[in-house]
Design a protein around this ligand. Structure first.
Ligand SMILES: CC(C)(COP(=O)(O)OP(=O)(O)OC[C@H]1O[C@@H](n2cnc3c(N)ncnc32)[C@H](O)[C@@H]1OP(=O)(O)O)[C@@H](O)C(=O)NCCC(=O)NCCS
Length: 172
């Protein structure tokens, strides 16, 4: 976020943030089940060790990077960069607290993942978004993602269609 404009900050996860990341992830899955391939039912049963390992893996390096947003000290949002099957970066697990939406916190989270991807030397950052997720699509268009012709079902048996969007990092 712009310094001095608010108490909203975005930073990379630390190992000690594992419970915060679990809370944000589970709140996101409960709030927006049609935005994520995984479900609350699947992820809420993981033991503490799962979240501890996930935070430790995401705090440093090029394999996976999770970014957390805070409103002062209050957890407010989350986004993660991973490496996809093609060896390029992918943005996943993006969620912002409902009361804080529309203040470009989502944009700050995307920018943090973009910066990580650039620092790692990836040439593109992709993401999958549901076709009817207007707020997310507006955000991704605004920050330079372009739609592709790749579509899929959100998950097995789901009627929700998702589409891949891509931002070419070397062209920015
Ligand atoms: C997508 C999401 C992360 C965006 O977070 P955000 O902090 O609101 O993002 P931004 O403020 O940068 O931009 C959001 C866009 O949605 C609009 N918007 C949607 N709902 C809004 C609301 N309730 N209040 C204000 N603006 C809203 C904003 O106007 C903005 O578009 P615009 O500025 O181009 O007009 C958030 O809506 C969310 O968590 N949704 C549920 C989970 C989800 O869909 N994740 C994405 C999976 S691919």
């Amino acid at each position: 976020m712009e310094p001095g404009t608010s108490d909203l900050v975005v930073r990379r996860i630390c190992p000690d943030d594992w419970a915060v990341a679990r809370s944000l992830r589970l709140r996101g899955l409960a709030d927006a089940p049609d935005a994520f391939a995984r479900t609350y039912e699947e992820e809420s049963v993981h033991p503490d060790a799962f979240w501890i390992d996930r935070a430790a893996a995401a705090c440093t390096g090029n394999g996976v990077a999770t970014f957390l947003a805070f409103d002062g000290h209050k957890p407010a949002g989350i986004a993660t960069g991973i490496v996809d099957d093609g060896g390029q970066s992918q943005l996943v697990s993006m969620w912002v607290e409902r009361a804080l939406r529309g203040q470009r916190l989502g944009e700050s989270l995307v920018n943090a993942v973009v910066q990580w991807a650039l620092d790692c030397g990836f040439e593109r950052l992709s993401l999958w978004v549901s076709e009817d997720n207007g707020p997310a699509i507006r955000l991704y268009q605004r920050v330079g993602f372009q739609s592709t012709d790749r579509t899929d079902a959100l998950r097995l048996g789901s009627g929700v269609r998702i589409r891949m969007w891509v931002r070419h990092l070397n062209a920015v």
